[in-house]
Write a protein that binds this ligand. Structure first.
Ligand SMILES: *Cc1c(COP(=O)(O)O)cnc(C)c1O
Length: 312
């Protein structure tokens, strides 16, 4: 990085081309965002807030990533929640039935945070067809860990926008780099409301270094996959219900001890997320499956805490 690059406003053309090339799309189809969180907020501003003529609705299958609710609430839009099928199966029919003329945004998260379940690609396509007045977001924040991207179907579905992030599989959460990818006409609705110089040049350089490192991602994804298997095995051994996940975490039902377990693990330096207050996640915690050393330390701590907890 040169002193001139630090002292002047950034030119994003080259990094956008590099990033678009990496994802196999035309540069006109990609907008870099300050974390994918910014992309989510710009969707809310560009589609929900700008549409004053209707009481704009955002369709959100639950459980879901909190910023969807925050973004809809920030612009005064009505969230329409759709419950999951049993075992967090994706409720395609119920989502289709919930689409109304006021639906402007549909937040689909594949694999889902916190359940780890994928949204079938044909469900995304069906929903996009059934909601021509809406933008359908396929939030692929964790797709590198086990799903198949919707990117190849974007040309046939001009109201779908794919969200990607460098925070998870690429380990750059502190840098704040994400991107949104869609047909240029759909993307314009976000471009219109996104600050022109939204990206920090340091973050942009980090993103370029990440996509230039072809060796890291497959190795890390394989390690996450192995960590997930170790977590499943630990859950089976401990008699805990879990759901097989396509992401780098596993949702585990530990029952009423959820809160106590989270603090007991934290006291041992192991941090898991209490998801027991999420809809349909009673008694659940979300355990990250990262590098093997962390997973093994986490499992050892879990064993210790479970051995000490008599209450169910
Ligand atoms: C982490 C996450 C994001 C956003 O990540 P950024 O760090 O803002 O890029 C978006 N969606 C889901 C489901 C996530 O878990």
């Amino acid at each position: 990085m040169t002193p001139a690059e630090i002292a002047t406003y950034p030119d994003y053309r080259e990094p956008v081309c590099a990033c678009a090339g990496y994802f196999g799309v035309d540069p006109d189809w990609l907008l870099l965002t300050h974390g994918l969180d910014e992309g989510i907020l710009m969707m809310a501003i560009g589609l929900l807030a700008k549409d004053k003529s209707t009481d704009a609705e955002a369709l959100i299958p639950v459980p879901a990533f909190d910023p969807y609710f925050a973004a809809a609430a920030a612009v005064g839009a009505r969230p329409v929640l759709v419950p999951p099928l049993s075992d967090f199966g994706f409720p395609t029919e119920a989502v289709l039935a919930s689409i109304s003329p006021r639906t402007r945004l549909v937040f689909l998260n594949t694999p889902n945070n916190p359940t780890g379940q994928l949204v079938p690609k044909d469900a995304i396509a069906q929903i996009a067809k059934a909601a021509p007045n809406a933008l359908v977001m396929a939030d692929e924040a964790y797709i590198e860990f086990g799903g198949e991207s919707f990117l190849d179907q974007l040309p046939q579905h001009r109201n779908v926008i794919v969200g990607r992030t460098f925070s998870k599989a690429y380990g750059l959460a502190g840098m704040r780099v994400g991107c949104v990818i869609a047909h240029p006409e759909a993307l314009d609705q976000l471009r219109d409301v996104t600050p022109v110089f939204n990206m920090n040049i340091v973050a942009v350089k980090a993103m370029q270094a990440a996509i230039g490192d072809a060796e890291f991602l497959p190795r890390y994804a394989a390690e996450v996959c192995e960590s997930r298997q170790r977590l499943y095995a630990a859950c089976r051994r401990l008699g805990l219900q879990y759901w097989e996940s396509a992401a780098n975490f596993v949702l585990v039902r530990v029952g009423e001890r959820a809160e106590a377990l989270v603090s007991a693990l934290a006291a041992r330096g192991v941090h898991v997320r209490d998801r027991s207050r999420d809809p349909y996640c009673v008694g659940c915690v979300r355990i990250t499956a990262g590098i093997r050393a962390h997973t093994d330390a986490g499992i050892a701590a879990l064993d210790e805490v479970m051995a000490g907890s008599a209450s169910r």
